[in-house]
Design a protein around this ligand. Structure first.
Ligand SMILES: [Zn+2]
Length: 246
């Protein structure tokens, strides 16, 4: 199998203003590369309003495997069968949906781009580990408990937020990878790239201030002191050098 994997990204639905497509398409990775983007434009399916969802059978017809690509990876904001956030549709095709979890992702200070990239890494890793298939035959590659790992089952869909900021593989999954035929340098490359998937800096700083109020107060006080000190020094400098002030 040759890396990077060739990905065809399919956007299914009507409106994709929730994320920046360029950030996904131009993401630099030694593990996967998006070769092509296809849009299947149709009205979004909203469960609350019309009681509909995309059935897996329907999706298998819409998101066909393509011999020119390793994986056909689809994204939608509509609900998919049984309200999963992701579904494998075949050996080389799958779909993810941020239906029902968009607000939780954004409230956590994360982005839909990170949701998509995190799942691209999970799917690519499963594909490589399973020798070119997304259907390894059982579910043992997933674990029920939530560890911030790419292979968390996330029974509670919103638990996905724990593996969006700097996602990783847990020790158990690393051991499982090492026991497989996966190339040795794959884990190193994966870890390096996953560490680059982070919340935007503004939200990380905001979260720090909210969760560490005493430290925040101390830092704010020190900064305030330093700014006052700096202002005094500038004042003295201007006063003595240019006689700007009376
Ligand atoms: Zn794990």
């Amino acid at each position: 199998m040759t890396l990077p994997l060739k990905i065809k990204l399919v956007l299914l639905g009507k409106n994709f203003n929730d994320f920046n497509l360029e950030k996904i398409r131009d993401h630099k990775s030694g593990i996967f590369t998006i070769i092509s983007v296809e849009e299947i434009r149709e009205n979004d399916i909203k469960t609350e309003e019309d009681g509909l969802q995309y059935s897996v059978d329907k999706l298998k017809k819409k998101i066909a495997e393509d011999v020119g690509f390793d994986i056909v990876f689809a994204v939608t904001r509509s609900m998919i069968e049984d309200n999963y956030y992701g579904h494998r549709l075949g050996k080389k095709s799958c779909i993810i949906s941020y239906f029902d979890i968009k607000e939780d992702i954004l409230k956590d200070g994360n982005t839909i781009e990170n949701f998509i990239l995190r799942n691209l890494y999970a799917v690519s890793t499963l594909y490589v580990k399973s020798n070119g298939s997304l259907l390894p035959g059982d579910w043992s590659y997933l674990h029920q408990d939530t560890r911030g790992c790419l292979f968390d089952y996330n029974v509670l869909k919103t638990d996905i937020i724990y593996s969006l900021h700097k996602p990783r593989l847990c020790n158990e999954c690393v051991a499982s990878m090492n026991a497989s035929t996966i190339p040795h340098d794959y884990n190193t490359m994966l870890n390096r790239e996953l560490s680059g998937i982070r919340r935007p800096l503004y939200y990380s700083v905001r979260r720090f201030f909210i969760s560490h109020p005493i430290w925040s107060l101390t830092i704010a006080s020190v900064f305030s002191l330093l700014i006052n000190l700096l202002a005094s020094l500038v004042y003295d400098f201007l006063k003595h050098t240019y006689h700007f002030f009376p």
